[in-house]
Design a protein around this ligand. Structure first.
Ligand code: F6R
Length: 240
């Protein structure tokens, strides 16, 4: 794992934004794996700025998102579909046909998981997968468990994730309790992985990433088995 330490959220976002823009400049038809949550928002702002300055075009880029709540309507302002449009897609020149996100309103979730996994398998493969990390070490919504799933699947969110995500909802009762998420195998197939970690609440997770153990109880530690992972960590997350 390559660890990059930085001062704060803004510096993390600037470094990550540059890495993503450089990826697309080098390979205009890159396949990007994207995440939601508060962590990548600053990085998306940097990508939008680079597009607006004429530095980069996203017109040939394809994207796959890590996850989506289940069930949720696309029009719900808490859906990840909505989030991605608000925070990135509606501000850049990406072809809307090139965007894929697990469909949180599919009636048949199993068929949707199979469709999503097949769409990734039929593509040329994700060039770079962006990840935030949960306070419990989850990536995507692969929550700490004895056994983790390989492929895209329906999962129940843990109480700690529901509590962490309740900050975005009017009340905790409105937080969906399930999600469709890429599995660990889907994530590990990405050619490169970029993990962003900011803030004190992630310090315990950072300690585990920097330690020498890999455990399904802290899913992000399994990334130690991938050969091209960059982790950007700000001072609050590093020092606690
Ligand atoms: C989001 C996702 C989650 C978040 C994680 C951290 O698509 O898959 O794993 O990355 O919950 O969330 P934030 O960034 O809000 O701390």
């Amino acid at each position: 794992m390559k660890i990059i330490r930085c001062k704060d959220y803004d510096e993390m976002s600037a470094i990550a934004g540059k890495l993503m823009v450089d990826q697309v400049k080098q390979k205009p038809d890159s396949i990007l794996g994207l995440a939601t949550g508060s962590t990548p928002i600053g990085m998306y702002k940097k990508m939008i700025e680079a597009y607006q300055n004429g530095e980069v075009s996203f017109k040939d880029v394809h994207t796959f998102n890590l996850d989506e709540y289940y069930k949720i309507e696309k029009t719900n302002d808490q859906s990840y579909y909505y989030f991605m449009n608000e925070n990135l897609f509606s501000h850049i020149d990406i072809d809307k046909n090139n965007i894929d996100i697990p469909n949180g309103q599919a009636d048949d979730y199993q068929a949707e998981c199979e469709r999503y996994e097949k769409a990734m398998a039929d593509s040329a493969g994700i060039d770079i997968q962006v990840l935030g990390v949960g306070v419990n070490g989850h990536i995507g919504f692969n929550e700490p468990e004895e056994n983790l799933y390989e492929k895209t699947h329906l999962t129940a969110l843990t109480q700690s994730t529901i509590e962490a995500n309740s900050r975005f909802f009017a009340s905790i009762d409105l937080v969906p309790t399930s999600a469709l998420t890429m599995g660990m195998g889907s994530i590990m197939k990405a050619k490169k992985i970029l993990v962003l970690i900011s803030g004190k609440s992630k310090h315990d997770v950072v300690t585990k990433i920097l330690g020498d153990r890999m455990t399904t109880q802290t899913p992000v530690t399994l990334l130690k088995g991938h050969q091209d992972v960059t982790v950007i960590i700000d001072d609050e997350a590093y020092n606690g």
